[in-house]
Design a protein around this ligand. Structure first.
Ligand SMILES: Cc1cc2nc3c(=O)[nH]c(=O)nc-3n(C[C@H](O)[C@H](O)[C@H](O)COP(=O)(O)O)c2cc1C
Length: 136
């Protein structure tokens, strides 16, 4: 049996979590923390807020670096919450994408949103396509 995608995310004040909750309401996921063993999964979803001038939060950055030798060939999906008043809006999403790509992963999508994810602020087609790429 193909395991459900792995979801690992960080959310300090709950905004990033809003999209993790949306994904969990749409498909079966294995949600884990930074001890997760990514070798067991083909699909890995990473979620992160952005801090201090586009930075990746330390704990998820360390998670990715710890697993750097095991990202090769994995399908990776990355989302994040940020505030667009900052010059590097959702910079952590781009930073994580760069690291996992350098490790040989195939980034399937990046999804950035302002503050909290609110479903009806997005085109349904766009959201459907995110879910479809995760299921397919
Ligand atoms: C000190 C500080 C620095 C921040 N830096 C950025 C940034 O560089 N880019 C960005 O898009 N958002 C930035 N933000 C906004 C957060 O990413 C935003 O509040 C996010 O929704 C927090 O997500 P969380 O509720 O999941 O922790 C910053 C917020 C704070 C308090």
């Amino acid at each position: 049996m193909i395991p459900a995608p792995l979801l690992v995310y960080v959310s300090k004040t709950g905004n990033t979590r809003t999209f993790a909750d949306y994904l969990s309401s749409k498909l079966s996921l294995h949600i884990d923390d930074f001890d997760a063993d990514i070798t067991n999964y083909d699909k890995i979803i990473l979620g992160a807020y952005t801090w201090g001038n586009g930075k990746i939060p330390k704990d998820i950055k360390e998670f990715v670096i710890k697993n750097k030798d095991n990202f090769k060939g994995k399908k990776v999906y990355i989302f994040g919450s940020g505030y667009s008043i900052y010059p590097r809006f959702c910079g952590a999403v781009d930073g994580l994408a760069k690291i996992v790509t350098d490790c040989g992963a195939d980034v399937q999508w990046k999804f950035k949103f302002e503050k909290r994810f609110i479903e009806n602020e997005f085109q349904q087609d766009e959201l459907d396509s995110l879910i479809k790429k995760l299921i397919g």
